[in-house]
Design a protein around this ligand. Structure first.
Ligand SMILES: *Cc1c(COP(=O)(O)O)cnc(C)c1O
Length: 226
């Protein structure tokens, strides 16, 4: 293995502090292919992107053994571009979007793994289902018919605040809900095993509160320029 770059060093440092049960999604959005290659060089194979028009060219120019996750708000008219290869969509925030993912999954002969995004933060701009909407969807006939999607868990973002108790409380709400769902009987296309929560500024709290996947960008790749 090559000598680790700064990106590589930061990534390995984060990884060494994560429990084995937590997967690291390296969030490479707005960073160039070269930055992803530095992370790849130290063994990272799981990357997260938030825009289809950025993800597709990266996927085409980087090695095939990378697992690409979609983490941002996904527009329905973009689903078809990522459907052939996306390994997990973290951010399903409406039934309408799920139907489109199902349609595109059918077209390319895939069952596309998805997480339902749950809204727990205080900000009003965040996308997602409420807990009640999510419960209803998971029991619905509408979902039963979508045989080209598989619901693998839930995703959430905590409020953007310095208040650790607030953040912890929101993550705990997600975890409690996740565990409740896991105890309930579910549809054949629902297998709840992933709880995606935690970003650069709050992932240590998320891990303490039971996250199975953290999505970390800035701490690995540096600040993004939009
Ligand atoms: C950008 C993004 C992240 C990564 O955020 P950082 O603060 O850079 O770690 C994680 N999750 C989602 C949904 C994002 O859009």
């Amino acid at each position: 293995m090559q000598r680790a770059s700064n990106i590589g060093e930061r990534l390995l440092d984060i990884k060494s502090n994560l429990p084995d049960t937590v997967r690291l999604v390296a969030v490479s959005k707005f960073h160039p292919v070269e930055a992803i290659q530095e992370a790849y060089a130290v063994g990272q194979r799981l990357f997260g992107e938030s825009r289809a028009q950025e993800l597709v060219p990266k996927q085409e120019s980087l090695p095939n053994d990378i697992e690409w996750h979609f983490i941002g708000h996904l527009q329905e008219n973009k689903v078809r571009f990522i459907a052939p290869f996306v390994a997990l969509i973290h951010s399903v925030d409406s039934l309408k979007l799920l139907r489109e993912i199902n349609k595109q999954g059918a077209k390319c002969g895939r069952v596309i793994p998805c997480l339902l995004e749950i809204f727990v933060a205080q900000e009003e701009t965040k996308y997602g289902f409420t807990i009640q909407e999510c419960e209803e969807l998971l029991q619905s006939d509408a979902l039963k018919e979508l045989t080209h999607v598989e619901i693998r868990g839930i995703m959430g973002m905590a409020s953007l605040t310095e208040d650790e108790q607030q953040i912890r409380g929101e993550f705990r709400t997600l975890r409690t809900f996740f565990e409740k769902l896991q105890r309930e009987e579910t549809l054949p296309n629902v297998h709840l095993c992933e709880l995606s929560m935690g970003m650069s500024h709050d992932y240590t709290i998320a891990v303490e509160e039971g996250s199975t996947m953290v999505r970390i960008g800035t701490t690995i790749f540096g600040e993004r320029t939009y």
